[in-house]
Unconditional design. Structure first.
Lengths: 111, 113
């Protein structure tokens, strides 16, 4: 089945850029999503990229996809305290219709 | 505010109790999901309903029993749970097809004593 890997922690100073990385194994995934989870809440859809694109920009968010290496990244520009959360990478639409999440990257904002 | 509503927000139950978790969405989504999330872990898929029929059961113990009475509602019936079943139970929905984004509720925090 699908295997999704992320680094567990990232600390960034307020105002700097954050880059969260993800690798996955199922090359047939059609959409690659990023979800954000704040404490005590469910996951919310943050952004996504279609598998035939290599970059998507949405305000402060930039998603980069290297399909050959099965590597996805999420860049958050001008990181704010409200960006403090856990970010999950989740490829969708792969071989077995199951949506599997990466372990999540906890983003900590330093003052 | 989330468009997927889960009740109750918190639930404490003994190992001999029977309880149910409820989930509701009115976005016309045809797929609904139950995930279990332990602290500091990603959500783990439990069940998927597609067009009100169970399409995926991730080898979940029979003490968890899902039910989809109609396209807007999803229940999870709980019976004879163990303390290790304590977790955040998340419901999600999506338009048909596994390439659609998931819309999550805020979850039910379950504690089994």
């Amino acid at each position: 089945g699908e295997d999704v890997e992320q680094s567990l922690f990232l600390s960034v100073r307020e105002g700097d850029s954050s880059v969260i990385n993800c690798t996955y194994t199922d090359s047939s995934s059609t959409y690659l999503y990023w979800y954000k989870q704040e404490p005590g809440a469910g996951l919310q859809l943050l952004t996504y990229i279609f598998s035939n694109m290599d970059m998507k920009q949405d305000q402060r968010l930039t998603v980069l996809l290297n399909k050959k290496d099965k590597h996805l990244s999420l860049r958050i520009a001008d990181t704010q305290t409200g960006d403090s959360a856990i970010y999950f990478c989740a490829p969708h639409g792969g071989r077995d219709d199951k949506i599997i999440f990466g372990k999540g990257t906890r983003l900590h904002i330093l003052p | 505010d989330t468009e997927v509503t889960q009740t109750p927000k918190h639930l404490v139950m003994g190992m001999t109790n029977k309880k149910s978790l409820k989930c509701e969405q009115h976005m016309g989504h045809r797929a609904m999901y139950w995930y279990k999330q332990k602290a500091k872990k990603p959500p783990e898929l439990m069940f998927v309903y597609s067009y009100e029929k169970l399409s995926i059961n991730e080898s979940v113990p029979s003490r968890f029993s899902p039910e989809c009475p109609n396209s807007s509602l999803l229940n999870l019936h709980l019976h004879a749970l163990q303390p290790e079943d304590s977790a955040l139970y998340l419901c999600a929905s999506s338009q048909e097809g596994s390439d659609s984004p998931l819309h999550f509720g805020n979850g039910t925090r379950l504690t089994v004593t």
